[in-house]
Design a binder for this molecule. Structure first.
Ligand SMILES: N[C@@H](CCC[C@H](N)C(=O)O)C(=O)O
Length: 294
């Protein structure tokens, strides 16, 4: 089966985008994994699929947005992908709207194309309840910083540290955010996999390493669940900023410096939604023959 695809990137977090508004490709987890493979497939951190709005939501949303990690697993949310999704459906004339509403496994989000080419996404509210992350901290020690609890995650010697103080929060997908002295020096590749698979996160977790540079600027690296360290993680940026605001370390508008570019995150606190603004670009497009058996 030969299918069309578009390669996109948002702050260096890269995607293969598939259009299933007319045809359903019915790809298996192994086929998504193959597409994401940088040696045998196209190469991507995530595969994004555009589907028509689900019938039950047809009056309130424009599309369904389906996300698979590079490991082939389907996940709930992807922030950088949401900006690319909005750019894709507009450029491909699947809609003529600059502002759309999109259904995801984590609820409805609302991306909007800006006149400078960037995209702003209303990512909804952060979710702190343990069952919503999900996070099972039984047996872990904790302290309180500002308005938020930090939990001590014990780690084995191979992780390069005996543990980490993390804030657990969901932006539709699970995040464990820790404050570090230097994002550049943080042992992301060594510690990340141990946090991702920590027993206190039953659905695994994205591990964020946040360096607070000022009240309006952070440097951030994220070891993503199902993808490893990426050049940027949009939901990770939202999770880090809301955690930093709740800890009393950040103001309500923060520039997040990732290895692939800058994202701007705004959150007024409490019940306010998190707004994320950043780039979204098409890199190339083509057709690819998907192996039937893998
Ligand atoms: N790159 C993404 C997040 C993609 C999903 C994540 N790896 C997960 O498993 O939750 C972003 O920009 O938010």
């Amino acid at each position: 089966m030969k299918i069309p695809f578009t390669k996109m990137q948002g702050a260096g977090n890269d995607f293969v985008v598939l259009d299933e508004t007319r045809n359903h490709w019915n790809l298996s987890a192994a086929q998504y994994r193959w597409l994401a493979d940088r040696h045998f497939g196209v190469g991507a951190d995530q595969i994004l699929t555009v589907r028509p709005a689900p019938a039950a939501l047809a009056d309130s949303v424009d599309f369904e947005y389906v996300i698979h990690n590079a490991d082939g697993g389907e996940v709930e949310q992807c922030g950088n992908g949401a900006r690319c999704f909005a750019r894709y459906v507009f450029d491909k004339q699947l809609t003529n709207k600059h502002a759309i509403r999109v259904s995801t496994r984590a609820g409805i989000i609302a991306p909007q194309l800006q006149s400078d080419g960037r995209v702003t996404v209303n990512m909804g509210q952060p979710r702190w309840a343990h069952e919503q992350v999900p996070f099972t901290p039984e047996g872990l020690k904790h302290d309180v910083l500002g308005q938020v609890q930090r939990w001590w995650l014990p780690l084995p010697a191979e992780a390069g540290s005996d543990g980490a103080w993390v804030v657990a929060v969901s932006m539709g997908n699970p995040h464990a955010v820790q404050v570090v002295d230097s994002a550049a020096q943080a042992p992301v590749g060594q510690m990340g996999p141990w946090i991702e698979h920590h027993a206190s996160f039953p659905q695994r977790v994205n591990a964020g390493f946040m360096e607070v540079q000022s009240r309006t600027s952070i440097a951030l690296r994220v070891y993503e669940r199902g993808a490893g360290e990426t050049l940027a993680c949009g939901t990770g940026a939202c999770a880090a900023v809301v955690s930093g605001i709740a800890m009393g370390l950040l103001d309500s508008r923060v520039n997040v410096h990732t290895r692939g570019g800058v994202l701007t995150i705004e959150w007024a606190g409490a019940q306010a939604p998190v707004m994320m603004t950043g780039p979204a670009q098409t890199v190339f497009e083509g057709f690819i023959e998907i192996p039937e058996t893998l």
